[in-house]
Design a protein around this ligand. Structure first.
Ligand code: C2E
Ligand code: MG
Ligand code: MG
Ligand code: MG
Length: 285
């Protein structure tokens, strides 16, 4: 604690802050270069339906291969991009690649794959966000119903009126909206019914320790019940074990995503496992 800190500790603390700041500045300039040097790519993690064993869609996740550091986690670089004004460009890049991928798969495999794209709060907050999405769908001639946007509770809670009108505009385009990391941010569950969203993604932190953790189990059950009451689809993220699958199935949560089914994978692997031949069923279930 601060009280116990001596003078030397404080110097160390300051040095730590300075190096932290330096690291952020250098990451920001690296991120700028990375966009130009094409150091990003997307991976795809299937979302499957427990009842018909079919693939429901896939979540698109961004990967950065730093020339010196190697792979950097999005959990590390997305917040930096968000804080330093690079998320607009990065977010646009991901959205464009994902929509183009939907079009390519339609053309190459004759298959309509639904992709879920993460949208950062700042990106969603842009006044022209919805029109940007609409223009891209038009550019690649993609049906909006094949696109889902994952938005966190905190991004939705910022300016409720504006958020709701954006969600309604997205709905007009046919675009689905999922609330990501559900359960970690909402102060007021009742307000959820005001948002025209389609799906709740139960945060991995609640799934992780079920069925052993009774509190988390109770929370998961409550979320599933509430989703059903509100007529929303529900998906469990971070499912790693067969026990977790059993619980979700018992509770009537039919959509799951997690390492138990598959890790996020490169485009070639996804095509091999899910698009070529009859590979639309999920063997793991
Ligand atoms: P998220 O949207 O909640 O994505 C789910 C994260 O959980 C992914 O981590 C995924 O690889 C991981 N995951 C999936 N199944 C399991 C499992 O069974 N066990 C465990 N331990 N983890 C699992 P990832 O790819 O590292 O992404 C972390 C976060 O970074 C994402 O969380 C999302 O918030 C953000 N992110 C990733 N790509 C993008 C992007 O293109 N745009 C934006 N704005 N954010 C992104
Ligand atoms: Mg997500
Ligand atoms: Mg999530
Ligand atoms: Mg998350």
């Amino acid at each position: 604690t601060a009280k116990k800190m001596g003078k030397n500790d404080f110097v160390i603390f300051e040095e730590h802050m300075a190096s932290e700041l330096k690291a952020q500045v250098s990451m920001t300039s690296d991120l700028r270069k990375a966009l130009i040097n094409r150091e990003f790519h997307l991976v795809y993690q299937p979302q499957v339906n427990l009842y018909n064993h079919r693939i429901f869609g896939a979540e698109v996740l961004l990967r950065w291969n730093h020339p010196v550091r190697g792979p950097v986690s999005p959990a590390e670089f997305i917040p930096v991009a968000e804080a330093h004004g690079l998320i607009d460009q990065l977010g646009e890049y991901v959205l464009r690649c994902a929509i183009k991928q939907i079009a390519d798969w339609k053309r190459q495999y004759g298959r309509a794959v639904r992709l879920a794209v993460n949208v950062s709060p700042r990106q969603f907050g842009r006044f022209d966000f919805v029109s940007q999405v609409g223009l891209m769908l038009e550019e690649f001639q993609v049906d909006g119903r094949l696109l889902e946007l994952e938005i966190t509770e905190s991004a939705l809670a910022k300016d409720i009126e504006t958020a709701v009108s954006k969600l309604m505009e997205l709905r007009c385009l046919g675009v689905g909206v999922a609330v990501d990391d559900f359960g970690t941010g909402f102060s007021n569950l009742a307000s959820l019914k005001r948002y025209p969203v389609d799906l709740l993604k139960i945060d991995r932190s609640f799934i992780r320790d079920i069925p052993h953790d009774q509190d988390n189990l109770a929370i998961v059950i409550a979320i599933v019940q509430m989703a059903k009451t509100l007529g929303l689809k529900i998906l469990a993220e971070g499912v790693e074990t067969i026990d977790q699958i059993r619980v979700m199935r018992q509770q009537g949560c039919d959509l799951i995503q997690g390492f138990y089914v598959a890790r996020p994978m490169l485009v070639d692997q996804f095509e091999k496992d899910y698009l070529s031949g009859s590979g639309q069923e999920s063997g793991a279930l």
